[in-house]
Design a binder for this molecule. Structure first.
Ligand code: BG6
Length: 473
């Protein structure tokens, strides 16, 4: 046994990291459009109020890789690799520039019609994220983002508009990208600007509840719009290991894993898990639910479990050990002495992917879809114009080996979309030089460069992987 014959090989990007054209054809601003790059971006993500009041020299999302104008050429390259599926997101602010309008922006809708037609021309399935870190800025400033229950209605109206419009073009839908990001980078995840004098946990869990209800309502509507739609949840995954075999570390790791699964438990099983009451007590959270919420969650669960996987993580119950945690990224972790790390400190753990898949399948018994995985690394162009990204190839090869093993163990896996299949702006740092792609885009961290697309060595490697249905790795 190996990869199933209908395995969906492909790649993924997101609107806000690729499209650019941030004000074209009536698009409104989304929250990423006020984020700078580099160290300023990391600060801005943690202090969005300050970012709102600051003018920066450069905003990477404004032009990104100009996918908005380059998509025919870019999709053609993806088709040349043999992509069976392409994952991107729809920019909410292209469809509803402020977010609370009743009438959608036809020009925005037309763009995605054209983009999707281009993919369908090459027989690529579409996997579309309804909301990927880009809530319209107006909803952040005027409604407080997802802390406000009104966002459920705005999102639902947006979701129904696109589900209806693209019902004959798109089959696979993800309601929210990395829904657990609400707890880690709440500005990205929920358009939340947390004030110092408010209870952050209370706001974050309440906002997450609103997203969970919104997700279920979108699925409910989607099923009437087209019963063949397949809906997935999306988790920023990565098993958390105990630092030591000490039972207190093992217990802490187990509890942290449970906590990261919490929202997926709701989306996959339809109920908040058994430990919720204790967790909310510990965190002093009083969740406000409306009549009918529980039924909506229960009746509209997802069809498959999608997730991003970049790394495993490590924790300890010992506060002294925990002092060494790195906090540079969205997730904190201790350093695992058995693993190497990327230049950005992301620890490389292919076996961790299999462990994560085992946990997810064990818990939900629904098909898995790996919708993000890859290595963010610098690339350089050789004198002869080639890009030898051997490190990226071995990263992906090692992860594909583990996916194959998981499939052979008996886990149903729908597909694999590597992250940033064409170089895009990094979400976390806004840099261009943190590249994930098979296709190099000549843009630098300040927005300079010709924008030219160049096939890397990994392009030909992945082409062969797809052609051989994973036999060649
Ligand atoms: C995921 C996000 O968390 O990680 C993507 O869904 C993001 O949007 C990816 O790009 C990689 O992170 P980064 O910061 O390297 O771009």
């Amino acid at each position: 046994m190996s990869f199933p014959s209908d395995f969906l090989w492909g790649g993924a990007i997101a609107a806000n990291q690729s499209e650019g054209a941030y004000q074209s054809d009536n698009k409104g601003l989304s929250l990423v459009d006020i984020l700078p790059s580099g160290q300023h971006r990391i600060e801005a993500l943690h202090h969005p109020r300050k970012a709102l009041n600051t003018t920066y020299d450069y905003y990477p999302s404004h032009e990104a890789i100009d996918f908005y104008h380059h998509y025919p050429e870019d999709i053609k390259l993806l088709a040349e690799m043999g992509f069976k599926v392409f994952r991107t997101s729809i920019s909410w602010a292209r469809i509803f520039p402020k977010g609370d309008e009743t009438t959608p922006n036809e020009e925005g809708l037309r763009f995605y019609d054209q983009l999707f037609d281009e993919c369908l021309k090459y027989n690529m399935e579409l996997l579309i994220t309804i909301n990927h870190f880009d809530t319209p800025l107006y909803l952040v400033e005027h409604y407080g983002g997802w802390r406000n229950r009104k966002l459920i209605d705005f999102y639902l109206h947006y979701a129904e508009t696109i589900l209806e419009r693209y019902k004959h073009k798109v089959k696979y839908w993800l309601t929210f990208n990395e829904i657990n990001m609400m707890l880690h980078l709440p500005f990205f995840g929920g358009g939340l600007i947390l004030e110092e004098d408010e209870d952050h946990n209370q706001v974050k869990y309440q906002a997450a509840h609103h997203q969970l209800v919104a997700s279920s309502l979108a699925i409910q509507s989607g099923r009437t719009i087209n019963p063949d739609f397949e809906f997935g949840c999306m988790l920023a995954a990565g098993e958390i290991y105990p630092y030591r075999p000490h039972p207190s570390d093992v217990l802490k790791a187990q509890q942290e894993n449970y906590e990261q699964y919490m929202f997926i438990d709701v989306q996959a099983k339809g109920v908040y898990p058994w430990f919720t009451e204790r967790l909310f007590q510990d965190k002093n959270v009083q969740l406000s639910m409306e009549k009918g919420d529980e039924q909506i969650l229960q009746e509209n669960t997802v069809d498959f479990i999608s997730f991003s996987y970049y790394s495993s993580r490590l924790t300890s119950a010992d506060p002294e050990i925990l002092q060494n945690e790195t906090h540079g990224n969205a997730f904190s972790t201790l350093k695992n002495p058995h693993l190497n790390a990327s230049e950005w400190g992301w620890q490389i753990d292919p076996t961790g992917l299999r462990i994560t898949m085992n946990s997810l399948y064990d818990r939900y018994e629904k098909p898995l879809f790996i919708v993000e995985n890859g290595l963010g690394a610098k690339d350089s162009i050789n004198e002869n114009g080639t890009i030898e990204d051997n490190e990226r190839i071995s990263y992906m090869r090692d992860h594909l080996v583990q996916i194959e093993k998981a499939i052979n163990d008996g886990i149903p896996v729908i597909g694999y979309t590597s992250w940033g299949c064409i170089d895009i702006v990094s979400a976390g740092t806004g840099e261009m030089k943190k590249r994930y792609g098979f296709i190099y885009v000549d843009r630098d961290n300040q927005g300079g460069g010709s924008g030219q697309r160049i096939r890397k060595k990994s392009f030909y490697w992945y082409q062969e992987v797809i052609r051989s249905n994973g036999e060649f790795k």
